[in-house]
Ligand binder design. Structure first.
Ligand code: GLN
Length: 546
């Protein structure tokens, strides 16, 4: 089958769950036996989201090949299992960068370089390079129709749709039906306007996914179909779900995948196999007990900053038949004051996570949280920054290095954590300098690690060679290995050349594991990450003690 393209746009408001909708449609098409590939076009000017604050844009999702991408790519991976790559996310900034580089190289042969056709061609090339890589390419356009920023993207997908023809391109528009309490009604007018807006740039959506917080009456759906010039059964209600993992099932019930296949004139007479999704949904709604995990972080008032972490915890819960409640604790409040200030917040949690972070704020509070977990023997899971804080905690309190610190924070003190400027990946030497731009100077993407036999980490993974995704600038100095091991913190996983500590664990503790990478990025509901499965299991054991 020649690749078919589904373009997903959003209207009325942002945060409509377009990413989740796209990911769910991908999962449904897979369940029907098709291969899928998902990609996202983001209209902002940053080259990638790598330099954007988690408060602005939520988590940065890192791919195996080291791209810093939009968090929607995390949804795509979690729902379809297809690893995302550098080639699956592009921004306006990157498009312009590519075009301007070509202009400087003289590749436009003296032409006046313009938005149409040069920018739009660059966007079309990004889409076209996916040709043949899957049965369906789902391409989500970030932002909301009507934004100035998304215009070149809309123009590009309009042209692309014309070029491949309607038989191979479907425009699917996601909108919102707001409920007006005073009228007691769901309103369809914003949807009509949003479709009109799309039509004004030459795009005729052939399917609508209507988000709503309550059931939509058939009359309303028919009215939308009539006014928006869309087939009645292709106006799909998309109600809020209790869990995101219910979405593939509920959208299927409303006919999403059936109508997509219908549009492309593909057979849909047989029901897809959704048993995996049914099992996941069942496990989520029927937990045997509850555990509470304290996440001691610094981006705690925006849940999207810890998207993959939250999901990986849920996956660990599914695997253990428990509901995982996350209690976010803002570390910076405890930077000052004595070690016990944080006790009140952490008392009663069944496990503690210090997740990834950048910068000084919150670091001291996190070190206190590590100390609490170590002393009280509460399961501790350090992720990236959480490993670095575990190292500083052990150094300061157990190895008699009271001024142990990281060069990320200050110049004074003993630097157990510092900027590595050179390391090897396979046979290639990679390098970064202290003075380079902040964008793109990190150890990014999948790197191998070798685990020590008979360690807890090797037992958890069931093997001694792993590959995990990284996103960090600083490294624990391997020269402190012996000192830290004397303090009970063992380096049980290293980079294959032995230069970079990847994993630390304590043997005098029921579950104390810290990793320099981000395991949460690879966890999936149907393939939960072993570290999260093991950590949640340990927290269940802990909950039985209290
Ligand atoms: N700030 C730390 C570093 O750059 C940790 C980064 C992270 O937690 N992702 O090394």
């Amino acid at each position: 089958m020649k690749t078919k393209y589904i373009f997903i746009t959003g209207g009325v408001v942002s945060s409509l769950g377009k990413g989740l909708g796209s990911a769910s449609l991908g999962a449904l098409l897979q369940a029907r036996g098709y291969s899928v590939r998902l990609c996202k076009l983001d209209p902002y000017l940053n080259i990638d989201p790598g330099t954007m604050s988690p408060f602005q844009h939520g988590e940065v999702f890192v791919t195996d090949d080291g791209a810093e991408t939009d968090l929607d790519l995390g949804h795509y991976e979690r729902f379809t299992g297809v690893p995302a790559s550098q080639k699956d996310n592009i921004t306006t900034g990157r498009i312009y960068q590519n075009v301007l580089n070509k202009e400087r190289r003289g590749e436009y042969l003296g032409a006046t370089v313009q938005v149409v056709p040069h920018i739009t061609n660059e966007i079309k090339d990004f889409i076209a390079e996916k040709e043949g890589s899957a049965d369906f390419v789902l391409c989500e356009i970030g932002g909301t129709v009507g934004d100035i920023e998304s215009l070149p993207f809309l123009e590009a997908i309009r042209q692309f749709g014309n070029e491949v023809g309607a038989a191979r391109a479907l425009f699917l528009h996601v909108t919102l039906l707001p409920y007006i309490p005073a009228a007691g009604e769901l309103k369809t007018k914003p949807t009509q306007h949003s479709v009109k807006e799309l039509m004004s740039v030459g795009i005729r959506p052939r399917m609508l996914l209507c988000r709503s917080d309550r059931p939509i009456a058939p009359d309303e759906l028919n009215k939308i179909a009539l006014f928006c010039n869309i087939e009645e059964n292709k106006v799909i209600p998309a109600l809020d779900a209790q869990s995101i993992y219910d979405v593939p099932l509920t959208y299927h019930k409303e006919g999403l995948d059936t109508q997509v296949l219908d549009y492309f004139e593909l057979d849909h007479s047989e029901e897809p196999d959704l048993s995996t999704w049914e099992e996941i949904s069942h496990a989520i709604h029927n937990p045997e007990s509850v555990v509470t995990i304290g996440v001691v972080g610094k981006y705690t008032n925006l849940a999207d900053s810890y998207k993959s972490l939250n999901e990986a915890l849920t996956h660990g819960g599914i695997a253990n038949n428990v509901k995982v409640k996350v209690k976010f604790i803002e570390a910076s409040i405890f930077d000052e004051g004595d070690d016990d200030a944080i006790v009140h917040e952490l008392e009663g949690v069944n496990g503690i996570i210090v997740p990834g972070a950048f910068g000084t704020r919150g670091a001291e509070g996190k070190i206190k949280a590590v100390k609490f977990a170590r002393e009280r023997k509460i399961p501790y899971f350090g992720i990236c920054f959480g490993l670095q804080m575990a190292v500083l905690e052990a150094a300061r309190h157990l190895a008699n290095i009271p001024d142990a610190t990281s060069s990320e924070f200050e110049n004074e003190g003993t630097h157990l954590i510092g900027l590595m400027t050179e390391w090897t990946k396979g046979d290639v030497k990679e390098a970064r300098t202290e003075t380079e731009n902040l964008g793109g100077t990190m150890r990014l993407g999948a790197y191998p690690a070798t685990l020590e036999k008979r360690s807890k980490i090797a037992e958890i993974y069931g093997c001694t060679d792993i590959q995990e995704r990284h996103r960090h600038r600083y490294e624990v100095n391997i020269n402190y290995k012996d000192t830290l091991e004397e303090a009970g913190l063992f380096f049980t996983g290293l980079s294959p050349d032995g230069a970079l500590p990847e994993i630390c664990e304590r043997k005098d503790h029921p579950w104390f594991v810290a990793v320099q990478y981000h395991p949460e990025l690879k966890s999936k509901p149907f393939d939960p990450h072993p570290l999260f499965v093991s950590f949640i299991k340990a927290t269940i054991d802990q909950s039985r003690l209290v």
